[in-house]
Design a protein around this ligand. Structure first.
Ligand code: 5RP
Ligand code: CO
Length: 216
């Protein structure tokens, strides 16, 4: 099980120091990109990804919550993203978008909003490296986990088994020390956590506690 702290809840005025706090304990760095159109919030773009890349070697997991992601894939690829995840709801030609990400030598992820059925992924599952199940409506950190998404994670895991595929299942939104175990038991391979990690007094220690909570 991998842990991907989301910098959405880091201090943007002190981003370098905040990421240094989790660098050794995290498996990936989750970077939430929001455009004010696909979601009602605006965060950061490729310039910030590029600036961070100079200081860190851990994989960058870039979650694009933007309309027309095709327009920005090249820039994010060149800025140092390792995984580029687009939303199914934002892509008219999703298969083409996935191929574009892979064409830059990056891992391709596809994310689903809570209301979007798994069936929309049926014909692209064999093409992706990762599926990101949103367990909050995207746009903001610190929201409450939507419990009905546990079934969705279980169903996706079953689909993966039935099809004999090996994409990773990432789960994002409202995950904390109290619910992480059931999220992993449902089928998550990668856990994203923003507020639970960066709002804590010791983010590195909190990541260790996440791993302990799963073992319990
Ligand atoms: O994609 C996101 C929101 O759209 C964030 O990654 C997610 O919400 C993480 O924050 P938290 O753990 O505080 O819910
Ligand atoms: Co995210």
């Amino acid at each position: 099980m991998k842990i991907a702290p989301s910098i959405l809840s880091a201090n943007f005025a002190n981003l370098l120091e905040d990421v240094k706090k989790i660098e050794k304990d995290a498996d990936l760095l989750h970077i939430d990109v929001m455009d004010g159109h696909f979601v009602p919030n605006i965060t950061i773009g490729p310039v910030v990804v590029k600036s961070l890349r100079k200081f860190f070697s851990l994989p960058f997991d870039v979650h694009l919550m933007i309309e027309n992601p095709d327009l920005y894939i090249e820039e994010f690829a060149n800025s140092g993203a390792d995984i580029i995840t687009v939303h199914q709801e934002a892509c008219i030609h999703l298969h083409r978008t996935i191929q574009k990400i892979k064409g830059y030598g990056k891992k391709a992820g596809v994310s689903l909003n809570p209301a979007t059925p798994l069936e929309t992924l049926k014909y692209i599952l064999q093409d992706v490296d990762m599926i990101l199940i949103m367990t909050v409506n995207p746009g903001f950190g610190g929201q409450k986990f939507i419990d009905s998404m546990l079934k969705k994670i279980e169903e996706l895991k079953k689909m993966r088994e039935d099809l004999g595929l090996n994409f990773e299942i990432e789960v994002d939104g409202g995950i904390n020390l109290y619910n992480v175990k059931e999220v992993v038991e449902a089928g998550a391979d990668i856990i994203v956590a923003g507020s639970a990690i960066f709002d804590s007094s010791n983010p590195a220690q909190t990541i260790k506690e996440f791993r302990e909570a799963i073992e319990k």
